[in-house]
Design a protein around this ligand. Structure first.
Ligand code: BG6
Ligand code: MG
Length: 215
């Protein structure tokens, strides 16, 4: 394929926020009286806040009315925002800034496609709020990954056909979203979990332009 744009997921790809999401959900589960495992947490990666809560409640065997669910997602988000309030450029994941700079130097377009409604706050805290050519986040989309809406939206804003975009994702749902949108995808994390991606690297530290152009 001819690569013209790179679209990055934010949480767990550019910045180390995935662990804070997990901490907050685990704390909520504890309040609800059950232990939420890291394995179950994989299903929450990449999906919206409310979908995450629904999965969490399902694993705990709990059914609640909509009003209660809204309260619980608000509570989780308050804790989560406390955790990320101290984020700084030091929390950019290993190799991410270097790879972003290489991609920029090679004149490719660069976008963010994230389900998070906290995207803007996070980008500001890590000093990357002006870096990307286009940012589409959870405030602008209607359908959660694995629906391709978020990535198609970024590609559209960048004015690049989906077939020329490569998505970088740490979530199974995100990899499926890229594929559903007709984009190539690099998984960031474990190849056991992310085997549906075209290529898996442990972190962006392992990513090179050669690997990108060989997709
Ligand atoms: C995704 C995370 O990026 O954003 C999910 O992988 C999270 O775990 C989702 O639930 C929504 O984030 P937020 O910040 O809007 O609650
Ligand atoms: Mg992610």
């Amino acid at each position: 394929m001819k690569v013209l744009a790179c679209i990055f997921d934010l949480d767990g790809v550019i910045v180390d926020t995935a662990r804070y999401h997990y901490l907050a959900w685990k704390r909520l589960a504890q309040e609800l009286g059950f232990y939420f495992t890291e394995k179950n947490n994989e299903r929450l990666k990449g999906v919206s806040r409310m979908t995450s809560l629904n999965i969490l409640l399902e694993t705990g065997g709990i059914k609640l009315p909509e009003e209660d669910k809204i309260q619980l997602t608000d509570k989780k988000n308050t804790w989560y925002k406390e955790y990320i309030s101290e984020l700084s450029p030091d929390d950019i994941l290993p190799g991410a800034q270097k790879f972003l700079d290489k991609v920029r130097k090679d004149n490719l377009k660069i976008g963010i496609g994230s389900a998070s409604k906290n995207t803007h706050l996070i980008l500001k805290n890590i000093g990357l709020d002006k870096f990307f050519d286009s940012v589409v986040d959870g405030n602008k989309i209607h359908r959660s990954k694995p629906d391709p809406e978020v990535f198609l939206n970024v590609a559209d804003k960048l004015n690049i056909p989906p077939g020329n975009c490569v998505v970088f994702e740490d979530a199974i749902a995100g990899i499926q979203a890229a594929r559903n949108g007709g984009m190539a995808c690099v998984g960031i994390g474990s190849d056991k979990i992310l085997h549906e991606a075209d290529l898996v690297v442990k972190s962006l530290k392992e990513m090179t332009l050669e690997k990108l152009y060989s997709l």
